[in-house]
Design a binder for this molecule. Structure first.
Ligand SMILES: [Zn+2]
Ligand SMILES: [Zn+2]
Length: 349
């Protein structure tokens, strides 16, 4: 096992992480993000009356009620929770619900908002919450790809490595596809396959304005449409290629370590970011620094990086002196890993 450089021996890792890493909020804003602070409290809390009656359901053993809740999709589970104070207490007492509502309320909001909630159970979501790594590349993943409920990292989504998706609202008609009723010829399309109803907003680090869309996986679309429009047509349906589409169907999800009970988000290196900002423009050093500053780490991975990264070690050493550490940090890190969008006219696609 590699040993710490002597000067960093005995320093609590949490302190190193707090001082020399930061969470990239710009990536959170590049995907689907629903922020409703008032509603989040009501997702988390049971009713104010812990002894509220369940009415006729009172006769059922608690284990059986919990089992029923596990079988319900998330949308139905929320409806059940809203029936009475008693049912709110039952749902709030389920560990999978408690942990998800406590640690990933924004994810729950996004799942409900996009209506994908009717395709997955709270057990499915809890499973992804305590899965650590991206299902595609194996790196630490701070996101969930909603059409398939898979843990993923930002880069696999951005580079199109997750299952291919199409937007049912973006069929580009050519001579072979004159009929705008093409999708209507497939009965009950939206009720039959998991569909993410992504909201309008700015994705891809706030550069691309996108209108609301209904997003499904290409595999699901082919499977469902083949019997109705034929194999060839299903595979060659003329959907527009939209690079930002996978980002519209992805949202943030921290990782819960079941053994320690700790929750963690991906972090990036403050030192590497500072190096990027100080590198001469268009130099090899800038390219190098950009690659490193884009990286996202789990806490363990970051500590391993810190041991190798002189820039991060410099940030740490400065924090031990009387120097105003904030003034010595990268501007981007000082802003909380996110530059709010400028009020300029942007085209919406
Ligand atoms: Zn990945
Ligand atoms: Zn670094």
């Amino acid at each position: 096992m590699a040993s710490n450089p002597p000067s960093f021996d005995g320093i609590p890792e949490e302190n190193i992480i707090r001082v020399t890493s930061y969470h990239r909020r710009d990536l959170d804003h590049a995907v689907l993000l629903i922020e409703h602070k008032q509603i989040l409290g009501s997702i988390r809390q049971p009713s104010r009356d812990p002894l509220a009656s369940l009415g006729p359901l009172q006769v059922l053993p608690a284990e059986l009620l919990h089992e029923v809740c596990f079988l319900l999709d998330i949308q139905s589970l929320f409806r059940f929770r809203q029936v009475s104070r008693g049912t709110r207490n039952v749902v709030s007492s389920i560990r999978a619900y408690q942990k998800t509502a406590e640690h990933a309320p924004h994810t729950l909001r996004a799942i409900l908002h996009t209506k994908i909630a009717s395709w997955f159970t709270i057990r499915d979501l809890f499973q992804v919450l305590h899965t650590r790594d991206c299902s595609c590349c194996g790196a630490f993943g701070g996101f969930i790809f909603l059409p398939t409920f898979l843990r993923c990292c930002f880069w696999c989504v951005k580079e199109g490595k997750m299952p291919a998706v199409v937007s049912l609202d973006d069929v580009s008609y050519d001579n072979r596809w004159k009929s705008p009723d093409f999708l209507n010829s497939i009965p009950n399309l939206l009720d039959s396959i998991p569909t993410v109803r992504a909201k309008h907003g700015f994705y891809e680090r706030c550069q691309i304005g996108a209108r609301a869309r209904r997003i499904v996986t290409m595999d699901d679309f082919i499977r469902l449409s083949e019997p109705w429009i034929g194999k060839k047509a299903a595979r060659k349906a003329p959907f527009k290629e939209l690079e930002f589409l996978p980002l519209m169907a992805t949202t943030t999800l921290p990782h819960l370590d079941l053994a320690s009970g700790k929750i963690q988000n991906v972090v990036s290196c403050s030192g590497c970011r500072l190096r990027l900002e100080q590198a001469p423009k268009e130099s090899t050093e800038e390219i190098d620094a950009r690659t490193l500053s884009e990286k996202c780490y789990s806490h363990d991975e970051f500590i391993a990086h810190f041991r190798q990264c002189h820039e991060a070690q410099k940030v740490w050493s400065l924090s031990r002196t009387d120097v105003d550490i904030a003034a010595k940090k990268s501007d981007f890190v000082r802003q909380g890993g996110y530059y709010p969008p400028r009020p300029i006219m942007r085209k919406t696609y």
